[in-house]
Design a protein around this ligand. Structure first.
Ligand code: RB5
Length: 146
């Protein structure tokens, strides 16, 4: 699995926590910023990172901002992206099993780095259930093709 990580200025601490986790899990990843402490615009990071998942360069993404909301809204504009804003472990597991999410968004002003790590770990370890859930995702794909 190849994972792309991105964060705005409000997501730096969780970004570093998630990078430590990925190293521990021996998962290949690329961090595409931001690299600065000054204010940046989350779409400038979410959209290009989401495109690199949509085009097959990466399998999954973990996007972090203050609330996770801006990153999730932007990511879900990219065709083929199923981004879940996830602030609890149960949702992290279910969004893999039922939604086959390929991105999670996390909000550093909402949860701490410890919970973010647990959420990311469960999300990375959980497989898609397929079956009836695949039919539902196919309906979203059909809509995207219109
Ligand atoms: C930045 O202040 C903040 O708006 C951003 O990180 C994010 O929370 C937006 O949804």
């Amino acid at each position: 699995m190849k994972v792309i990580i991105t964060a705005d200025h409000a997501g730096m601490t969780i970004r570093n926590e998630v990078k430590d986790l990925l190293e521990e899990m021996e998962i290949e990843f690329e961090d595409v910023g931001c690299s600065c402490e000054s204010s940046v615009d989350y779409p400038d990071y979410a959209l290009p990172a989401a495109e690199r998942i949509a085009n097959g360069e990466f399998d999954r993404g973990i996007f972090i901002c203050g609330t996770g909301i801006g990153m999730s809204i932007a990511a879900n504009k990219v065709k083929g992206i199923r981004c879940a804003l996830t602030h609890d472990v149960y949702s992290a597991k279910l969004t893999r099993q039922h939604n086959n999410s390929n991105v999670i968004a996390l909000g550093e002003r909402v949860i701490g780095p410890g919970l973010a790590r647990e959420i990311a770990k469960v999300w990375l370890e959980t497989e898609f259930d397929g079956g009836r859930h695949a039919n539902r995702i196919d309906k979203i794909k059909t809509y995207e093709e219109k």
